[in-house]
Design a protein around this ligand. Structure first.
Ligand SMILES: Nc1ncnc2c1ncn2[C@@H]1O[C@H](COP(=O)(O)OP(=O)(O)OP(=O)(O)O)[C@@H](O)[C@H]1O
Ligand SMILES: [Mg+2]
Length: 268
């Protein structure tokens, strides 16, 4: 699915003049590509993701979601996507399979059918034999896998991921990044992946969209032409280092701007 975002503006109501969170975002999130959104805190990454996912309505601008195989019938935001948040929203008292199958259950899919599908997804995220465990009995990394399986089981072509790995410890994060890379390379969905981590963005992305401090605009789009399949070893290559330096330079400026904004707001 291609996602064409055109001149998107979002002004949140704050009881005063409003907060301009997005100020004219135009971008083509290409079908079957993984795009990372990177930018300082408060620059509108979550806002953009939620609008693309149909959870929020933009103040102005357009979003066109188009299946290249069927361009005459665009989809509504949210219709062909599934979201994964940092806050996982798993049901701790339910077991793994009933968490993974939850969306299918809500959609009225019969039990046998949803369990078959859920079992496949649980296996594909490396949790085979954990189907009957309650989520409260799992480690943070395992819960993250359950959340990923729960998103994948919906079979939607667009995956919107808002800092899904931010709360994980360093080692678990590496494993999950490799897991996602593997799944992406196999399933080829259109993925929007929000992150604060430059190395994560380069490792995962086909491109990195760097946003400015609020009001969020696109500062630069960096193509990541590193070959796939990718693994953590890439981090030690000179190509990775060059991309890292380039993005660090872009982002440092924006983080300083964001900090200055925060200081000015606190002084008022
Ligand atoms: N529902 C809302 N109502 C009012 N203001 C909001 C709402 N959601 C976000 N904002 C404001 O819009 C701006 C952008 O917020 P957003 O959460 O999109 O940023 P972000 O880039 O995701 O930040 P972070 O990296 O900290 O998650 C912020 O100033 C935030 O306070
Ligand atoms: Mg956010």
């Amino acid at each position: 699915m291609d996602i064409f975002v055109e001149n998107l503006v979002q002004i949140w109501d704050d009881g005063g003049d409003g907060i301009v969170a997005l100020d004219g975002i135009t971008h083509h999130f290409a079908s079957a590509k993984l795009t990372c959104l990177l930018g300082p805190s408060g620059c509108g990454k979550s806002t953009l993701t939620q609008i693309v996912g149909g959870i929020e309505q933009a103040t102005s601008g357009t979003i066109r979601i188009i299946d290249p195989a069927n361009p005459a019938t665009p989809a509504r935001p949210g219709e062909r996507s599934v979201m994964m948040w940092q806050n996982l929203n798993l049901f701790p008292w339910r077991n793994v399979i009933d968490n993974v199958a939850f969306g299918l259950e809500m959609a009225g899919v019969p039990r046998a059918q949803r369990y078959t599908h859920a079992r496949d997804m649980i296996a594909s995220v490396g949790l085979k034999h954990f189907e009957e465990k309650r989520c409260s009995q799992l480690s943070g990394g395992m819960r993250q896998r359950v959340a990923l399986a729960r998103a994948l089981v919906m079979d939607q072509p667009i995956l919107l991921m808002d800092e899904p790995f931010a709360a994980l410890d360093a080692q678990t994060k590496i494993v999950m990044q490799e897991e996602l890379t593997r799944i992406f390379e196999r399933m080829r969905k259109t993925i929007l992946f929000v992150t604060h981590a430059i190395d994560e963005a380069i490792l995962l992305g086909d491109e990195v969209v760097v946003m400015t401090a609020r009001p969020g605009r696109i500062k630069e789009v960096i193509k990541i032409d590193l070959p796939r399949p990718r693994s953590q070893e890439l981090i030690n290559t000179p190509e990775f280092g060059d991309l890292y330096d380039r993005i660090l330079h872009l982002i440092r400026e924006e983080v300083l701007n964001a900090m200055q904004q925060q200081n000015e707001a606190a002084a008022q």
